[in-house]
Design a protein around this ligand. Structure first.
Ligand code: D41
Length: 671
């Protein structure tokens, strides 16, 4: 075959795969094949420089650094958005629209307002030609090189009927999962972290060296049109135009909807509000747009904001407050975590009065002192974080924070492993904080599930030395329990009953309850299914442990270490002697539909909880693991699936959504 023809075919193939991947979310080839094809194309392009094409799928790695960004004048100004701060503002907006157009009712397109950077991207003859920031709305900076590195922005449009010149406006943003990974990496190498995904996206776009941008997990979503030159016309509805952009391969929001009147807008706002935390990206509100472009033109704009659109903001996910003190908590494994006590502040939909500071390095990195004014961020279901100190609000009497040199609970030595950021108390179960935490864990719902053994009881049991090791709870009697504060004969009897019931457990729960470092519920289940008996697990070599799904070198090491401790062996033996037992694990029926498969469930499901989905999968014979690896067969991804989805995609692992799973399940269960 002629080189030029092979190059053409390779590029077309890669383009099709890109579209499948970014648009339909359904890659038809594993990553390995994609990479092989891309490498072949790269090799040919290197060998035959004549076939160079700036729109080739190989051209995403960034280019030589610029010395400065050029300036781009927008052919049509990029307008700004008016804000509606409450329902009243939204009703006034709707009234004004209807009055001006002398209409009774109006259709609006509702879109999530992505918290990113507004940009303009121009395709000429279907090829990405130019990208610019919004700037002041009249002119912005030329960021073409940077935007070319964003995988979801097509270098070449799909189809054939696109305009000769097509300018699209949209937002460049960083999905939460990518942001967390980027910051985690920066944190562990002691570099500066980004305050939020928006700043990270802005910082990534500001790079004069587009090779840096290429390594940042940026994404794009279109929200409107700019200048166009075309022989054909586009549909009149904004919503239909967006669908058309989608068919040309340009990413659009999958969450937009057309609704009627202010009531429809309110309803959409309420529904999206409940979804906000589960979305894979930050949104700061909803944009409502008159859907008819004819009506839009008639409405026009005032002082650079259209009369036909309005943004209704969500409550902020970042607020400022003051750090009152810093306390040091000792966890089950001895890890010492600094926690900031804050003046309560309403952020991300809840009142926050504590924020984790992770470890000692984090305090240094933030240069935090007690008394500082700080920016607290709570987005999604991520625990509240202090993202920055407001330096110029530091009071004169701000106190430096001294990380404790010994355990704040028991006074024993603390230590940190080389390469680890976490300091640990080495006293083990001698330390009351660790004893309390391990008891809390042992009786928790997903472990031994002792109902009614709450925080106050646990505190008293440990403080009075009634429970020195978790097995001691099976020695407790009525008179001991009744001697505790706020414990009458009735509740003591109930608690004894609950303690007794918990003896009948499962191997997986028992393994989880032991509290081995890094062995969560899912890993415990894998271990139980793999080894069948506790003895087999307890004497498994590192190699045999590594054969289990979910188990890597670090986890294997922790498991080995745990069972090698004589004290742990004694506790286990005592628990068994005191009557803790579990049925011999059942072997999955021979020929079960999903036998031999390993599934992972992630994201928010609509029709069932994740636990229910996992039980259903197990009943069908599947192994359920907690993390995606090359051993995974399939990922069941609900709304807001983040890093696990990305990982599955990068490994070329099958992904199915809840709707398809439901359908499949019915056929499997009747099989
Ligand atoms: O998602 C967004 N951030 C978004 C921004 C959106 N969905 N729609 C938008 N629509 C407009 C108009 C109505 C002016 C075309 C916008 C923006 N503007 C916008 N973003 C930044 C400044 C203006």
């Amino acid at each position: 075959m002629e080189v030029i023809e092979e190059v053409r075919q390779l590029r077309a193939q890669l383009l099709r795969w890109n579209k499948e991947y970014y648009q339909n979310d359904e890659p038809s080839v594993p990553d390995s094949e994609y990479d092989r094809t891309l490498n072949r194309l790269r090799a040919l392009e290197e060998q035959y420089p004549d076939v160079f094409d700036p729109s080739s799928p190989t051209q995403r790695v960034g280019a030589a650094p610029l010395s400065t960004f050029g300036s781009v004048e927008h052919r049509l100004p990029m307008l700004s958005l008016d804000n509606a701060f409450n329902e009243d503002d939204l009703h006034h907006f709707h009234r004004r629209v209807c009055d001006r157009l002398k209409r009774q009712t109006m259709a609006y397109c509702c879109e999530p307002k992505l918290d990113g950077i507004a940009v303009s991207i121009v395709w000429e003859q279907g090829r990405l030609q130019q990208a610019a920031t919004r700037g002041d709305g009249r002119s912005g900076e030329d960021i073409t090189q940077n935007v070319r590195t964003i995988d979801s922005v097509p270098l070449v449009l799909s189809g054939a009927d696109y305009p000769d010149i097509l300018e699209v406006r949209g937002e460049i943003f960083m999905p939460r999962a990518g942001f967390e990974t980027l910051n985690a990496r920066a944190r562990s190498s002691g570099e500066k972290t980004f305050v939020n995904p928006r700043n990270a996206a802005a910082g990534s776009l500001r790079q004069l060296d587009s090779r840096i941008t290429a390594r940042r997990p940026l994404d794009f979503c279109a929200y409107g049109l700019g200048h166009r030159e075309s022989k054909s016309t586009l549909p009149d509805e904004h919503s239909a135009v967006m669908m058309q952009l989608g068919r040309w391969g340009i990413p659009i929001s999958t969450l937009s909807e057309v609704v009627l009147d202010a009531a429809g807008c309110e309803d959409y706002f309420a529904r999206l509000s409940t979804k906000r935390d589960g979305l894979p990206f930050d949104i700061d509100g909803i944009v409502f747009k008159v859907d008819s472009r004819t009506d839009q033109t008639q409405l026009g704009f005032v002082s650079r904001a259209p009369r036909w659109a309005i943004a209704r903001k969500f409550p902020a996910q970042e607020e400022t407050t003051t750090v009152r003190s810093v306390e040091f908590q000792v966890g089950r494994t001895g890890a010492i975590t600094p926690v900031a006590r804050l003046d309560p502040v309403f952020v991300g939909g809840v009142t926050v009065s504590n924020a984790t500071l992770h470890n000692a390095d984090e305090i240094d990195r933030l240069r935090l002192k007690v008394g500082d004014t700080v920016i607290v961020r709570r987005a999604g279901d991520v625990i509240p974080q202090i993202v920055a100190v407001v330096a110029d609000k530091r009071p004169a009497d701000a106190q430096a924070i001294a990380f404790p040199s010994c355990c704040p609970a028991c006074g024993s030595a603390v230590e940190r492993d080389p390469g680890e950021a976490v300091w640990r108390c080495l006293a083990g179960l001698v330390c009351p904080a660790q004893r309390m935490a391990s008891l809390r864990h042992f009786v928790s719902r997903k472990a031994m599930d002792v109902e009614g053994l709450g925080e106050k009881v646990i505190e008293q049991l440990v403080e009075r030395d009634l429970v020195k090791d978790v097995a001691d709870i099976y020695h407790l009697d009525a008179s001991t329990l009744e001697s505790l504060e706020r414990m009458g004969p009735k509740s003591a009897a109930n608690l004894l009953q609950a303690i007794d019931s918990s003896k009948s457990s499962t191997l997986a729960r028992f393994i989880y309850a032991l509290g081995i470092r890094e062995v969560g519920e899912a890993t415990a289940r894998q271990l139980a299914a793999h080894f069948n008996t506790l003895d087999a697990l307890a004497c498994a070599t590192e190699d045999r442990l590594l054969a289990v799904n979910d188990v890597g070198a670090v986890v294997a090491d922790h498991i080995r270490y745990f069972f090698d401790q004589a004290a742990n062996q004694r506790t286990i033996q005592r628990l068994i002697d005191l009557g803790v037992r579990w049925p011999a694990p059942q072997k999955v029926a021979e020929g079960a539909v999903l036998a031999g498969q390993t599934w992972v469930v992630t994201g928010k499901l609509d029709g069932m909880t994740r636990d229910e989905a996992e039980s259903a999968l197990r009943a069908l014979g599947a192994n359920v693991a907690s993390s995606v690896s090359s051993k995974t067969t399939c990922l069941l991804a609900g709304a807001g699936a983040g890093s696990k989805r990305t990982k599955a995609e990068s490994l070329g692992i099958a992904i199915i959504d809840e709707a398809r799973f439901d359908k499949q399940r019915k056929t499997w269960e009747t099989a």
